[in-house]
Design a binder for this molecule. Structure first.
Ligand code: ATP
Ligand code: MG
Length: 460
């Protein structure tokens, strides 16, 4: 169903019970940006619960979920995810002149929204279909790429501190700037994020990590000091120390590059989290050695434990926790295999330990190469390629060792009308060699045909 058709239908049904509905928030914003989604929010000027009942009756909807207490309901319809909410009217005394009240209701509702770019509404009534209602200069801020609050920022963030995370999220997703007044307000109120439930914080954090360039958001979280509040272990990764002629790379900025590298490959959330935490054990294991400079011995083991604690605290699923722990623990192992006299069994052990996650582990190792020195990058990439090659070779050798041709002894006996005996073994060896030499493909029917073609010489 075309979106316009959907809007007209819903608006008409609302009109039948004397209500107005407006499209608001993310959909209208993304429409202006040229990429409207299928997730659509509506404001109902009227009683949303009554509208829900009316829709259920008239559209035969079975999946409608109502939250009476919040005056909101959701449903899926024709592939769209629709959410309706009551415009709040408590601040309005004068309800006698309906049109003004309706307008006022919508406006009040819009003023309660987090950012100007999210305050846009679209009229979908028959008379004014498609008209954009822009009370807070949301379109201007969209054009200029600015995140701003419609009302006083301190109050906005005080009322719902999660909005500070949302500011970072939208700035990251769209590559927008956070207005300097807003930025200062976040820096002032950042501590208050701690009153927000961890689930809500984590949900916003995930969206920041899933952006095309998560480092933008991680920088902003750092600069606003929100990161200190919910992920102090990451904030602790900042800083370099110089001792004698030795200095170590800033772990925080290195990590951001690794996460961006994974994002560039369209990596999953769990792989991005592994990239984020793989070096989290470094600050605690940092030691200075007079001879060799800075060392981080055991940081992968300390990191594994820290990742476990952090991800539990952030309410990630057990599956994600186990995955990130595994990659953190193993992240140094593949590159250690580049050593010339490394044995097959050492290579096999890493592959076995990584199991299903081997490919992701190798992606992480590849993303971990962030040096600014082109010669070093070249050398590391060359090492990486060698390790990948060694793994492929071991796998191939193992495959050949365990190789079973697709035609077995019993079938050979039937095909050639033979009794069990050394001849059967010889024919088996013959087909095995033919497969390994590439004379015939490793498939049952092809092998039978090949055997029949060579029947005479085999029985000779
Ligand atoms: P997305 O594309 O990620 O869904 P969205 O803008 O639709 O972005 P939602 O979280 O779905 O974001 O919220 C829908 C709308 O509700 C927002 O556009 C905003 O107007 C409003 N909103 C959501 N959360 C808040 C909040 N914490 N404070 C104020 N307004 C909010
Ligand atoms: Mg939305």
């Amino acid at each position: 169903m075309e979106t316009k058709e959907l809007f007209q239908k819903l608006s008409m049904l609302a009109a039948e019970i004397d209500y107005d509905i407006y499209v608001v928030g993310g959909y209208v914003r993304d429409l202006q940006l040229g990429s409207p989604g299928k997730d659509i929010d509506f404001v109902v000027i009227g009683d949303a619960m009554r509208f829900a009942d009316y829709l259920k009756k008239n559209l035969q909807i079975s999946n409608l979920v109502q939250y009476q207490r919040f005056g909101t309901f959701m449903m899926t319809y024709a592939g769209y995810q629709l959410e309706f909410v009551n415009a709040r009217k408590e601040s309005y005394e004068d309800t006698s002149r309906k049109p003004q009240t309706q307008q006022a209701d919508l406006y009040t509702d819009l003023s309660r929204r987090d950012f100007t770019i999210n305050t846009l509404a679209m009229d979908i009534s028959k008379e004014k279909y498609g008209e954009i209602i822009d009370v807070y200069d949301g379109i201007r801020d969209l054009k200029h790429g600015i995140i701003r609050t419609p009302l006083q920022p301190e109050q906005t963030f005080y009322d719902d501190p999660l909005r500070m995370m949302r500011a970072v999220r939208f700035a990251t997703r769209f590559g927008f700037q956070i207005d300097s007044k807003i930025f200062e307000a976040i820096r002032k109120e950042n501590e208050r994020l701690s009153i927000v439930s961890q689930e809500r914080i984590t949900e916003e954090f995930n969206k920041i990590l899933m952006a095309n360039q998560p480092s933008r958001g991680l920088h902003l979280l750092d600069e606003t000091e929100l990161l200190q509040v919910f992920l102090p272990e990451m904030a602790a990764m900042k800083g370099v120390e110089q001792k004698k002629n030795f200095h170590h790379k800033d772990v925080f900025y290195h990590t951001l590059e690794v996460v961006d590298n994974i994002a560039e490959q369209n990596g999953t959330l769990q792989l991005r989290l592994a990239a984020l935490l793989h070096d989290v054990g470094k600050p605690r294991t940092k030691r200075f050695d007079q001879e060799s400079g800075w060392t981080f011995y055991g940081h992968e083991i300390v990191g594994e434990r820290m990742a476990n604690a952090i991800l539990k605290r952030m309410r990630y699923s057990n599956e994600i926790i186990q995955y990130v722990k595994k990659l953190t623990k193993l992240h140094l192992r593949p590159m250690a295999l580049v050593d010339e006299d490394v044995t097959d069994s050492a290579i096999r052990r890493v592959m076995f330990n990584a199991g299903e996650e081997l490919e992701d582990l190798m992606d992480l190792c590849r993303a971990d190469i962030t040096s600014k020195n082109p010669q070093r990058v070249e050398r590391f990439l060359d090492n990486y390629d060698q390790v990948v090659k060694k793994m492929a070779e071991v796998e191939e050798r193992d495959r050949i060792r365990n190789f079973q041709p697709p035609v077995n002894g019993v079938e050979i006996m039937e095909l050639f009308n033979l009794e069990a005996g050394p001849r059967v073994g010889k024919i088996k060896k013959f087909i095995e060699n033919a497969i390994l030499d590439g004379q015939v493909s490793n498939e049952h029917d092809a092998c039978v045909e090949y055997l029949m073609q060579h029947k005479e010489e085999l029985l000779d």
